[in-house]
Design a protein around this ligand. Structure first.
Ligand code: UGA
Length: 447
């Protein structure tokens, strides 16, 4: 089928590439000419495992094109995806200016029956606004072209996006006509082999499904962080508690890992946006507000532990110390630092007069872009290099390569022989046996 996709961010680029991979003829549009030129020359703007070879192969085969020319893309696509960004507004609600700008562009150029698909995460009711924006342009042109706006939210995880797209656990289609449903079913047919993954519903339910999924996952994390904070105070170990509850299939093992708080471009933004939507409909979302508040507090927890440890000493506490920080990205296998817990930690350490020696396998360019050059940040070439001259180690992101360090070496290198483990990667006993002090999240020994 012929597909046009607006937006070559995570969602648009991964979706377009995977649709081309299964044989569709895809044109991706972006207003950023440099990005489009880069993509046409095999330069992939994001780090996403498996994506680069797939983009290159499909581009070479002629099934995947990149352009800034919206009009030609619209005339190409019988299905047109909107996959542009929806950054948070000042009040936390989703900013729809880019989505609605694409809608107007579509209205200015469609010539024949088109299914327009909202792929971006957009508040309930957005499909209606997209419909109105397209209709307005058609009226201005004085033409009548049949079109329908469908909600088809994405459930990709950064770092595993290609896999999620090629092997989705569900494909949600919110549409009002059987014709549009049929079209999307044909589009997604290659991803829907062996067992039925397509879930058809009305448009508003599909829009809400996306927020409900992310809010539920964020709730699980904040819930576990809250229990971890209680565990710390009552002298219990959250890791035992996690094992104790995860085996109940009603609870499950996923997303019950306590840590330094959730980050990324989705959970923080989506929980807030859903809360704003609820308020706009005169409902005070107490649970969502609490999920967000717990996470905000949790992002500061590592620093609290650090402060508590160093304030026990005779000297100036954190001031003048050097901290090795392992991990800057909001999670492993990505270079993305949006809303990353590391950003809060670094800001607090700097505010307190400390220096940071950081190492992340992928996020250094991003860190340079965000923080610029500063004397109190040294980006190191390896995890071991970050330890040199440091008083303590703080682990913020659970990259695999941080999982089994040589504790003897850590003991010999770190001036204060202490580890703050923001992702509970280590067993306290193993660390302490090597002669280091250990602080984890919710491990009953921090108070
Ligand atoms: C999330 C959802 O998992 C995807 O299903 C969804 O499609 C996507 O948002 C989206 O809306 O686009 P993503 O933001 O890539 O995906 O990242 P996750 O893997 O969900 O992790 C989010 C954050 O939660 C990370 O900071 C991670 O460290 C944290 N986390 C995750 C925990 O602290 N504990 C856990 O048990 C799991």
């Amino acid at each position: 089928m012929r597909v046009a996709i607006f937006g070559t961010g995570y969602v648009g680029l991964v979706t377009g590439t995977c649709l081309a991979e299964v044989g569709h003829d895809v044109i991706c549009v972006d207003i950023d000419a440099a990005k489009v030129e880069g993509l046409n020359n095999g330069i992939i703007p994001i780090y996403e495992p498996g994506l680069e070879p797939m983009v290159k192969a499909n581009h070479a085969s002629g099934r995947l094109h990149f352009t800034t020319d919206a009009a030609s893309a619209i005339s190409h696509g019988e299905i047109v995806f909107i996959a542009v960004g929806t950054p948070p507004d000042e009040d936390g609600s989703a900013d729809l200016q880019y989505v609605l700008a694409v809608a107007r562009t579509i209205g200015q150029h469609i010539e024949r029956s088109t299914v327009v698909v909202d792929k971006s995460t957009v508040p309930v009711g957005t499909a209606d606004r997209v419909h109105a924006a397209i209709a307005e342009q058609l009226r201005a042109r004085g033409v009548e072209v049949p079109f329908e706006v469908v909600s088809n939210p994405e459930f990709l995880k950064e770092g595993d996006a290609v896999n999620d797209c090629m092997r989705p656990d569900r494909i949600v289609i919110g549409a009002s006509s059987p014709q549009a449903v049929d079209k999307l079913k044909r589009l997604y047919g290659p991803f829907n082999r062996n067992h039925e993954r397509i879930v058809v519903m009305d448009v508003r339910s599909a829009e809400l499904t996306k927020y409900a999924a992310n809010a539920m996952l964020a709730t699980k994390i904040s819930f576990m962080n809250e229990i971890a904070n209680i565990a710390e105070r009552v002298g219990a170990d959250i890791e035992h508690v996690r094992h104790g509850i995860g085996s109940d299939p009603r609870i499950g093992w996923h997303f019950i890992y306590p840590g330094a708080g959730y980050g990324g471009s989705c959970f923080p933004k989506d929980v807030q946006a859903l809360a704003r939507t609820a308020q706009q409909h005169q409902y005070q979302p107490r649970l969502l507000d609490a999920v967000e508040a717990v996470n905000e507090a949790q992002k500061g927890h590592l620093f609290e532990l650090i402060q508590r440890h160093f304030d026990l000493g005779e000297d100036e506490g954190v001031r003048g110390r050097t901290f090795a920080v392992w991990g800057l990205a909001f999670k492993p296998n990505t270079d993305d630092m949006r809303e990353a817990s590391s950003r809060r930690l670094l800001a607090q350490l700097w505010e307190a007069g400390a220096t940071v020696r950081a190492y992340d396998p992928e996020a250094h360019e991003e860190a340079k872009r965000i923080f610029g050059e500063r004397d109190d940040l040294v980006l190191c070439d390896s995890a071991n290099a970050a330890l040199e001259g440091a008083d303590a180690l703080v682990v913020v992101t659970e990259w695999k390569q941080f999982r089994s360090p040589d504790f003897g070496r850590l003991k010999a290198t770190l001036k204060d022989a202490v580890i703050f483990d923001g992702r509970n990667l280590y067993e306290p006993g193993d660390v302490e046996q090597a002669g280091l002090a250990y602080y984890g999240i919710g491990r009953g020994r921090s108070v």
